[in-house]
Structures are given as C-alpha cells and as structure tokens.
Design a binder for this molecule. Structure first.
Ligand code: SF4
Length: 350
C-alpha cells in the first residue's frame, strides 16, 4: 500500500469497511480467535533526563532534590518478587537520558538482576537510551547493543519513537536523538538478532500524512531485517497524553479515530505480525472494538507505569479483568511472553 493509498483509506473509508479489511488482514497474519495478553512490570530506571520532551511530566533535572530518583537494587528486588508472585516474567525497563549513566551503569545493573533472577526477561532501553549511551561512550550502536546483550538484555521496546518525522520531533522533543537515530538503533538491533517492538504516539502536532509516513518508515525498516530473524514482533500506538504537560492543549483522539488508526496500522504494516491495542490510554471498551479492527493483542496488565499515567492515562486492569475483557469482545484470551510464546497463567499466592 502506498502512502497516498493509505492516506485515502484512513481519511475516506467508512470505519466499518476499514475495520473489516483490517480484520481480514489480521486473520491472514494471526489466524483464529485467540487474543494474547501479558503480565510484565514497567520499572523506571531513573527520572533524570536531559531531553526535556514537552509532553513528559515524569522527568526532572539531576539537581532537583526530592524529585530526582534512581531505582535501587532493593526496590528492583521487591518489584520483581511481586511480579513473579503475580505470574509475570519480564521487566520493561526504561528511564530518562541521564547525563552521567553510561554503559557501565547499565551492564552492572543488568548483570546484578540476572544473577539474582536468572529466569527474568529484560525488555529494556528504547532506541533514544541506546543512542544516548553510544553518544556518552563514543561507541557504535552495535558495540553498545552487544555489550548490553552480554550483560543480560533480552529484547528492546520501541519507546521514544513518537512520530518519526523530524519536523514534529524537533518541536516535541528537541533534546532527544532524532528519527534517523531511532531507526538506526533498531536496524542494528535487528541485524544482531534482537526482537523489538515498534510504537507510534499520535494526536498532537503531526498531520495524518505524517502518521502514515511513520508507519511506512517502520515497514521499510522491517524489510531490511536479516532472513530468519523477527525484527519488529509487534506494533502498538496510543494517543498522546497531554494533561498538565508543556504542550498546548490538543483535541483528544476520539475512540473512532483510535480504532481507524489501529486498522490502518494493520493494513500498512503488512510485515509486522502483532498489533496491540492500548487499553491503558483508550480504555477497555475502545480496546475491545480494536480487536475487531486488526488488533490481536491487549498488551500487559501493567502493574506499574508512570510516564503516560502522569500525563492523564488512568485506566487500570488486573489479570482476571483482562481475560474477561477479551472474552466479552468475543475472543479467547491466552497469556504470552515477550516472544509471543504461550505461558501458563498461575498466580503464586505465597
Ligand atoms: S519522555 Fe523520556 S526522553 Fe522525553 S523527557 Fe521524558 S524521560 Fe526524557
């Protein structure tokens, strides 16, 4: 599908027809009636960040006493114990671009966590963080990624993409590595055989054409992955949360627009198998509709999340409600790991 074709469908197609087309495409990629979900925990390594993204209420400067934090090993251990007790197996680790945390900081942290919890999966560090470490260390992305993998990194989240168009990026996140850096880190990760995910945060200052261009950049990058590797295993998009941020108020993304965006993402991203609906930001009812519009995954119950929550996303869902939500939408829930392998759902009440 070309950029113009995708834009035409996104803007002109009746929503029910777009949903039907996307649902057909979902059945080709992921046949059947199953909808996957996950139990993981989002832990922020630090909130100190030099990027200063206008939409972020979470970050602070290094000298902001009383606000700046770095998660301690004791806190990680408590959070991992809770995660395992709830049946989860993965930490989603991300944080700010700390001016002094280079490669050693992260390798020591990852080794320590893997030594204490060998079965733990680390889905960690979005491309801006990897690019930031490479810049601090004057190393290539490949060297940084290989060293992180050796220390315990399992897979990379697609964090920090927002919209991969520098006109937009320069206004929203002037201190963040640019779109090309995001794509280059992911390209290198795919070359090294890492599984990653892709994201899009929309509904701010971008145009609809720029959303489509963002999707096409992801699709083009996925075409470059080496044969036999996975590259982007999933895609998730969510509306920008702007409450109390430095961004001027923007009209909120309506449920219909979100559903259409999921549908067009499924149709454009014909080489990324899994499309996830963001119940955390749009709520369970809209997420349920997305399951009929190309999405085949509802993501994690999210035991802990701070960045979008601090900007207005307040939906919450436990494991039972997650499964109920999927069933109510007419699908059969199955618990997955980060690689979309099936897991047994078992809660440890001890
Ligand atoms: S979104 Fe991430 S990179 Fe941007 S200011 Fe917040 S913590 Fe820093």
């Amino acid at each position: 599908m070309t950029e113009d074709e995708a834009l035409f469908l996104y803007e002109q197609a009746p929503v029910n027809e777009l949903m039907a087309l996307a649902d057909k495409s979902r059945q080709q990629h992921v046949p059947g009636n199953g909808v996957s979900w996950q139990i993981d925990r989002n832990v922020n390594i630090t909130n100190v960040c030099i990027s200063g993204c206008l939409f972020c209420n979470f970050h602070c400067k290094i000298h902001e006493t009383g606000k700046a934090f770095t998660t301690s090993i004791d806190d990680y251990c408590r959070k991992i114990d809770e995660l395992f007790a709830l049946g989860g197996d993965q930490l989603l680790l991300q944080g700010g671009l700390h001016p002094h945390y280079g490669l050693d900081f992260y390798t020591v942290l990852f080794r320590e966590l893997k030594q204490r919890y060998p079965e733990l999966k680390l889905h960690a560090l979005g491309p801006p963080e990897v690019a930031h470490i490479a810049r601090l260390e004057k190393m290539s992305y490949k060297e940084v990624l290989l060293t992180l993998r050796e220390a315990g990194l399992d897979s990379l989240p697609g964090a920090g993409a927002e919209i991969l168009i520098d006109r937009v990026r320069k206004q929203l996140s002037p201190g963040k590595p640019d779109s090309q850096a995001w794509l280059d880190v992911m390209r290198e990760a795919h070359q090294l055989g890492f599984t990653t995910s892709a994201t899009m945060v929309f509904g701010h200052i971008e145009t609809k054409r720029e959303r489509i261009q963002h999707l096409i950049k992801l699709r083009d990058l996925q075409r470059e992955k080496p044969a036999g590797t996975t590259g982007f295993l999933s895609f998730i998009c969510w509306p920008m949360q702007t409450k109390d941020t430095q961004l001027p108020p923007v009209p909120s993304v309506s449920p219909v627009e979100y559903v259409k965006t999921i549908a067009i993402s499924r149709l454009v991203l014909d080489n990324i198998p899994n499309i996830q609906a963001s119940w955390l930001t749009v709520g369970r009812e809209t997420a349920q509709v997305c399951l009929h519009a190309g999405a085949n995954d509802l993501g994690s119950i999210m035991i802990e999340e701070h960045v979008v929550s601090s900007a207005g996303a307040h939906h919450r869902m436990g494991a039972e409600e997650m499964q109920q939500t999927i069933r109510e939408a007419g699908f059969e829930p199955w618990l997955r790991d980060q690689q979309y392998n099936s897991r047994q759902y078992a809660v440890n009440h001890n």
